[in-house]
Structures are given as C-alpha cells and as structure tokens.
Design a binder for this molecule. Structure first.
Ligand code: CP
Length: 305
C-alpha cells in the first residue's frame, strides 16, 4: 500500500483494501509472527474528541506489534487549552512519535495536519467527514461474515453526520455493492456525497423505512443518531429513537443477515439482538485490533529497509 497518510477511504483502491484485509487475516491467524516487528516504534495519539474503540484498538495494535504509544491526553490537560494550533501541535508531536493517529471535530483537520508532518498520519475521525480505519475493519467484518461479492448492504440511521457511513459508502462502491440508505429525510446522506458516489459508479438507493428492503439485505449497518453534531436540540428530539432494531424487526430478515454497528450504540439496537446469530458488532469492534495492526505495519513499512 503506497500511501504516506490515511485520510479518507476515497484514496484506497480495491487492491489497497484487499492488501490490508489479507494482511489482517494473516495477523489474526498468527499474531506471534509480528510480535516484535515494530519494537521501539512509538505511535502518537491525538484525540480531540472522545473515543473508546479507535483509541484503545490503535494502542493495542501498536503494542501487539512490539511498539508503544505517546498520548496527548485530554484537551483540558494539553497545551491546546492554551490556544496552540493543530499545525503546531502535530509538528511538535512528530518529533516524539513515528506515526500519528488524529481524531478532530473539524472536517478536514487531519488532511490539513498531514501537510505539516513527514511521519504517517491516520485520520481517526474528522467531524462528520471520514473514518477510514473504521471502514477497513467494517469491510474485514463484512468479508468474514457475508463475503464482498454480490453484496447488498443497508446503511441505516444518521447518514448526514455519520462519518463511518460516508467512508464505508465510498469503499463499498469499489466492490460494486448494492447500497441502500435508510434514514429520516432530515438525516439523509449529504447531496454532495450522493453525487460523488454516483460519479464513482455506485448503485445508491434511498429509503424512508427499513421494512421493504430488509428481506433483500446481506448486511444491515446501523448507526447512532449523533446528538453532539445537531446544531438544534429540538431537531435531534424529532428523530431520536425513530430507527430501532429489535428481535421482531429481524423476523423479516434473511437468516444469514449480518447486523453491524460501529458503536457506541444508544438504543438503535435492542440488547435482545445481541444473542441472535445476526449480531456482529462486538466481533466488528474486536476486529479493530488485527486490522489496525495490518494498517500500521503497512504504513510504517519494514524497519530493516
Ligand atoms: N467506532 C468508533 O469510532 O468508536 P469510538 O468513538 O469509541 O472510537
């Protein structure tokens, strides 16, 4: 994979994605083979927004490759609080670390930051923009459960602000998947994303409810309505809880339907679904470790070279 930074799934070809997924599968089969491969390597973690999965799985991945992390910590305890710019912050931390992982509330911030550093930088989520490493673990989970050929995927919930959705949709386009987007009108995919997907040859269909499309799906990817991104609390209240999956909903689904969610969930998926054969969201979160190990290994390259 020939990329200095990972900013968006748009930059990845089908071949790039397959390379990461194949390498992740090798690592999952034999983690011992890469145990000390990046001994002495330090990964810088810069999270300007909360995270559990992305931050901890990158940390686990780096440590399982023999390296370690340096963590900027919370905004409150860092010099960001004193008004330091993002450009200055990343320029300083690239002197401490061999690669950087950045989450930021502002769309485009990782792209801008990457222009100030020479070490690889991974976008770990930028506002409502993109979350490409999430997409890689999503595709890995889809490949394990449903395969990536002749795929019909339903993506439901907050499609407007959902960065995991935007990243996944671009990547699924490269696998010629049939994509169905299910949301209230106010949370539809941004028009520019729909236009862009069509321009890239995607098959995109938008639906107001799940009922009619559910029986045809191989994968249902559910997302949280992101209260923190709504400019108006009343707008959030109008749609909160409108799209919820429970065991009754899934009676109409194919027996092999895979239900995914990038997590955290609030109430979009009832806990009773966890015990069905459909639920793949905890497996999906766990896949973050081998996939991010593979990604870091490929971005860092061979330390002997
Ligand atoms: N899926 C995801 O990005 O989760 P976190 O916000 O916990 O990192």
């Amino acid at each position: 994979m020939r990329h200095d930074h990972l900013i968006t799934s748009k930059q990845l070809s089908r071949g790039d994605i397959t390379e990461v997924l194949d390498h992740a599968a090798e690592i999952a089969d034999d983690p011992g083979a890469v145990l000390e491969k990046h001994a002495g390597t330090l990964l810088g973690l810069l999270f300007f927004e909360p995270s559990t999965r992305t931050k901890m799985s990158f940390e686990t991945a780096m440590k399982r490759l023999g390296g370690d992390v340096v963590d900027m910590g919370s905004i409150e305890s860092s010099s960001v609080k004193k008004g330091e710019t993002l450009a200055d912050t990343v320029r300083v931390i690239e002197g401490y670390a061999d690669a950087l992982v950045l989450r930021h509330p502002r769309e485009g911030a990782p792209k801008m930051a990457s222009e100030y550093v020479d070490v690889p930088l991974v976008n770990a989520g930028d506002g409502a923009g993109h979350h490409p490493s999430q997409t890689l673990l999503d595709l890995y989970t889809i490949r394990e459960n449903a395969g990536l050929e002749d795929l019909s995927v339903g993506i439901m919930g907050d499609l407007k602000y959902g960065r995991t959705v935007h990243s996944l949709a671009y990547a699924l386009t490269k696998f010629d998947a049939s994509q169905h987007f299910i949301s209230p009108e106010s949370l539809q995919l941004p028009r520019e994303v729909v236009y862009d997907l069509h321009q890239n040859g995607a098959t995109v269909r938008e639906h107001g409810d799940l009922e009619s499309i559910l029986p045809t799906l191989d994968v249902l990817y559910v997302t949280r309505i992101q209260q923190e991104r709504f400019p108006d609390e009343n707008e959030y209240r109008k749609v909160a809880g409108e799209y919820r999956i429970d065991a009754g909903t899934l009676e109409a689904a194919d027996d092999d339907l895979t239900v995914m969610h990038p997590l955290p969930r609030v109430d979009e998926i009832a806990p009773e679904v966890d015990d069905t054969g459909h639920a793949a969201y905890f497996e999906q979160a766990h896949n973050g470790v081998p996939v991010r190990m593979a990604l870091l290994d490929l971005l860092l390259g061979d330390s002997d070279e």
